[in-house]
Design a protein around this ligand. Structure first.
Ligand code: PMP
Length: 380
């Protein structure tokens, strides 16, 4: 099995599985209980918070656990928009956000908020200034992802936050850092953002756990109300096993970042080089994209057809984005990729276990697929 769909999800690491099982078998208490069994569970959460805070250089008190980045994005956007409603009702986002941001601001728009969408420049990259330009006196919130999940495009979030705050200091800035966390060096305080979403299952923890990092002093209106857990920001008994697994996965990887980046760069180069003489295979620009997500299009072969061809050989990739399954990609549209080419786009995403041999196998399989699968269009 050659699994090259790590941006869709990852296989939990041994450390995460062990921590999860321990929390289910040993520290099974309710962290809110006043006795020892509850206290042990609470300690488990504190340990996970320390592990995550160490990776992001944030404070433990800034971490709010959620059911995943979809919930983190909902809490950040709706919670901040509602908290700031007396100051204004305009939200600025990028054109390439994940559906969990897009659909959430869409719902806010139906409730009377104004949503402004920042488009990329003609070369497909985003300028920080364009976000500042979109901010007006009614703007209370800017949301921009760090790395796009479909193409690997890196967005200049630190510059965006600085430009936005230079224009209007009280605007809250949120970033969806799901595809960047533990892959790029991120220091939460250095980005001058107020809110950051991360997800467990993209970093070798299980699905169903995530976090929102909330800068000290930033107030959000809770979206899940109840027993007042997590300082009332997100009620519900904390899923201790998932939290423990998340913490353990983060701790296991935190120090390996730079070696991994070098590994991903080598893999990405190998893949790109293999097709450098093949005019039927085109790549999204390498300069603007992270090395662990490679977006490529095979001329005349629909990505779904190629995906299943590769699947028969035990190679697993994504067509565009797993999240946009079936639907047309708003990301490709925004980046100016024509619809034919967008339909021929594969997303290859690496893990530390991906080897050069796997890339070579993928390359041969794509070449074979390109020759075998009937061409559905002629070059115009
Ligand atoms: N944002 C981005 C950029 C993502 O790639 C994903 C996962 N596809 C999410 C948010 C949603 O994360 P989760 O699956 O944890 O809800």
């Amino acid at each position: 099995e050659i699994y090259l769909d790590n941006s869709a999800t990852t296989k939990p690491c041994a450390e995460a599985v062990e921590a999860c099982v321990n929390a289910m078998t040993k520290t099974y208490g309710n962290p809110s209980s006043l006795h020892d069994v509850g206290f042990a569970a609470e300690k488990c959460i504190k340990e996970a918070k320390k592990q995550i805070a160490a990776a992001l250089k944030c404070d433990v008190s800034e971490i709010v656990f959620t059911s995943g980045a979809t919930e983190s994005n909902n809490l950040a956007l709706v919670g901040a928009a509602q908290a700031k409603i007396r100051r204004g009702k305009t939200i600025v986002i990028s054109a390439v956000e994940h559906p969990s941001v897009l659909e959430t601001v869409h719902a806010l728009a139906q409730q009377g908020f104004t949503v402004k969408t920042v488009q990329p420049q003609s070369d497909g990259t985003f300028s920080a200034q364009s976000f500042a330009d979109a901010v007006d006196s009614d703007t209370t919130l800017v949301s921009c992802m760090m790395v796009n999940n479909e193409t690997g495009l890196l967005l200049p979030i630190a510059e965006i936050a600085a430009a936005v705050k230079a224009k209007k200091p009280d605007v809250l800035v949120h970033t969806d850092a799901v595809q960047a966390f533990l892959k790029l060096p991120i220091r939460f305080p250095a980005l001058s953002v107020d809110l950051m979403s991360i997800s467990g299952h993209k970093v070798y923890a299980p699905k169903g756990i995530g976090a929102l990092i909330v800068k000290k002093g930033v107030r959000l209106i809770p979206q899940i109300t109840g027993g007042g857990q997590q300082n009332g920001v997100r009620s519900g008994t904390e899923p201790v096993p998932m939290i423990a697994a998340f913490g353990a996965a983060v701790a296991a990887q935190r120090t390996k970042l730079s070696a991994r980046i070098a590994h991903y760069e080598a893999l990405s180069k190998r893949l790109r080089d293999a097709f450098s003489q093949n005019e039927d295979v085109s790549f999204r620009s390498g300069d603007a994209c992270v090395p662990y997500i490679v977006s490529l299009s095979v001329f005349g072969v629909r990505s779904e057809t190629m995906l299943h061809f590769l699947e028969q050989k035990g190679i697993y990739v994504s067509s565009g984005s797993a999240c946009a399954k079936g639907a047309h990609s708003h990301v490709m549209d925004a980046l100016g990729v024509d619809r034919m080419t967008a339909d021929e786009t594969l997303r290859i995403s690496f893990s530390p276990e991906t080897t050069e041999e796997m890339i070579d196998t993928l390359v041969s399989a794509i070449l074979e697929g390109e020759q075998t699968l009937a061409k559905q269009r002629v070059r115009g």
